[in-house]
Design a protein around this ligand. Structure first.
Ligand code: PEP
Ligand code: MG
Length: 590
């Protein structure tokens, strides 16, 4: 279908960046910040300054969000840009040294209550003041005040949108932004697709959409205010377009497209029981990435040989306190049982950056630059109790089936050494208490996702039992492109020669050290890249389950000798555009 056709009568078209491919048609559900649960508790006198600091951090976050929304709105038509611009300016003004801000700080100090409760109290008072004004325009400002208050409270409590379970099946979610924690609440049987104003195509929310197999479009300028709950919406995750109130012929076209994609999916499903091997019979390991335990059934149904990346963040999201060792053990043991002897690579906690977990609030102080801050293994090595509980849970679950331990964001060998020491301590404790643990101990591997780690891959290989190459972060850090920022999404490119050289370097270092090397970033799940990765020597791939069949289809067309020759030519190129052309030409030969 042509995607550049004009707008038909009555319909409205918005453009964004592709987060997850596919087509969905359904009624919109527009997420409003809405009625939030506001906890109220008292604060000790000597802690009120800390509480004011917490409020100021939320204030800053709110200001940043509004500024970002304003920048985006400037891309709209003149009149719309002006109107939204005024509104956002008014919201920003309320958050800048205003009566509201002063009022909240004074209330925290005077009443010694938490920031959320103080915001609610001041907001209600200011809104009532507006409502009592005789001028209807001024009276209507009360809604703005409440909206600003809801944003502040949402940023203070890090409240995810209320579960989406009350929605009717086939609903399309429209939101300003969805965090990975919000996305974790999405049930793909209910939600057909989603589209947001903020967020990039390589962030974890996009990864979740791909895992759930639902289309998603991000960075859609003008979306909020452009759609009402209940209106019919088409999410075209293949071209990155949202069509609101589609005209009859548009609906017919897209319905045909949706059905064609469904037929294609069913055809690919026939590959599930065929071996994952190339034309020259080289076996390629195909495993699944898991965000949430409930995905285990679909991973098995799609023929995954194991779980090549278990993102354990899910255990810490959407809850008030982190899970203890026993709860983590039970969760992991259930997965081990479900996998029936197939291996699971459990990655230790990788929060921080865009992946925040409210339950870890007291452990994470917002960094100036979160992607470079106290996240992933750095947080684990600082919060040793938290880390020890997770390691103990993994070791105990490993008594029931094959597990490997994977460390995120490793930058130097000292970190691996520290983990080994902690692990040995945990093993001693468990053995002393006669607790059953994995025997032999699980292999300890590292993510290669920091450029410095890739360049020092030989040294890393001397300390690690296996490598898992994380192309998402590797691309982000190599090119200095925030993977979750839609403003720079067009610059994110894993085919940049710098990224490819790091991948090649790491693969070769792993081979020299004779340790297993897999790729588990999103590149692994995109069949466009399969020949290149195989040509570079990769033999194990782990990806979102819905991608497994298509990648297997591609593997079965590839001859390793030809792919290696093409990879060699590609690696001699300096330009990402030329590399893409050489790869696409090779793929077209299939
Ligand atoms: C990666 O960075 O490529 C990766 C697999 O980890 P995550 O996407 O969870 O950061
Ligand atoms: Mg990563």
């Amino acid at each position: 279908m042509k995607t550049d056709r004009g707008t038909r009568k009555g319909e409205r078209i918005f453009a964004g960046v592709i987060g997850a491919a596919g087509v969905a048609i359904g009624p919109a559900h527009v997420c409003e910040a809405g009625a939030l649960q506001v906890p109220e508790y008292s604060i000790a006198k000597n802690k009120t300054n800390l509480e004011i600091e917490r409020f100021r951090a939320a204030l800053q976050r709110s200001q940043k969000q509004l500024t970002k929304l304003k920048t985006k709105s400037q891309a709209l038509r003149d009149a719309a840009a002006e109107e939204i611009g005024y509104l956002l300016d008014a919201h920003l003004l309320m958050l800048t040294g205003s009566r509201l801000v002063r009022g909240v700080e004074e209330t925290i100090a005077a009443k010694r209550i938490n920031a959320e409760a103080a915001v609610l109290s001041v907001i209600s008072e200011v809104a009532r003041g507006f409502e009592s004004l005789p001028d209807p325009y001024m009276a209507a400002r009360a809604d703005d005040v409440r909206e600003v208050g809801a944003r502040l409270i949402r940023n203070l409590t890090e409240t995810p949108f209320q579960g989406f379970s009350h929605l009717q099946p086939g609903t399309i979610i429209i939101a300003e932004e969805l965090s990975p924690a919000d996305a974790a609440l999405i049930d793909p049987d209910t939600v057909a697709a989603f589209a947001t104003v903020l967020g990039g195509a390589e962030g974890h929310t996009a990864i979740m959409a791909r895992s759930f197999g639902i289309p998603a479009v991000f960075g859609v300028t003008g979306l909020l205010g452009g759609v009402k709950t209940g209106e019919t919406v088409i999410v075209d995750g293949t071209s990155g377009r949202i069509i609101v109130a589609p005209a009859g012929p548009t609906l017919t076209e897209y319905e045909a497209r949706r059905q064609a994609l469904e037929r294609e999916r069913r055809q690919l499903g026939r590959l599930i029981n065929l071996p994952s091997e190339t034309v020259d019979q080289t076996q390629i390991g195909l495993q699944a990435n898991l965000e949430l335990p409930r995905e285990v059934d679909s991973a098995l149904a799609m023929g995954a040989e194991g779980i090549g990346l278990l993102r354990t963040e899910f255990m810490f999201m959407n809850r008030d306190a982190p899970p203890d060792e026993d709860e983590q053990y039970e969760s992991l043991a259930a997965l081990v049982a479900a996998m029936g002897g197939r291996p699971i690579t459990v990655r230790t906690l990788d929060v921080g950056g865009e992946k925040l977990a409210y339950s870890l609030g007291q452990h994470i102080v917002e960094s100036v630059n979160p992607a470079l801050g106290l996240r992933a293994i750095r947080l684990s090595l600082k919060q040793k109790k938290l880390f020890e509980a997770q390691l103990a849970a993994i070791l105990r679950a490993g008594a029931h089936g094959p597990l490997r331990i994977l460390l995120p964001l490793i930058a130097n060998t000292g970190e691996i050494r520290q983990v080994r020491e902690i692990l040995a301590r945990v093993v001693r404790r468990l053995k002393k208490h006669k607790v059953a643990i994995a025997d032999p101990l699980p292999p300890l591997g590292v993510m290669i996702e920091v450029p410095g780690a890739a360049l020092a891959a030989d040294a890393m290989a001397a300390h690690a039992d296996f490598f898992a190459i994380g192309t998402n972060d590797l691309t982000m850090y190599t090119l200095a492109i925030d993977r979750a920022d839609e403003q720079v999404a067009h610059l994110y490119n894993p085919l940049h020669p710098g990224v490819l050289r790091l991948i090649q370097f790491a693969v070769q270092a792993g081979m020299r050290a004779r340790i297993p090397v897999s790729v588990c970033g999103e590149m692994a799940g995109d069949s466009r890249y399969t020949a290149l990765l195989l040509g570079l020597g990769v033999r194990d791939l782990s990806m979102a389950s819905p991608c497994l069949a298509r990648v297997k289809q591609r593997i079965r067309q590839i001859d390793i000798a030809a792919a290696s020759m093409r990879a060699e030519i590609i690696m001699s190129q300096a330009d990402a555009g030329r590399i893409a052309a050489l790869l696409d030409d090779f793929n077209a030969l299939a």
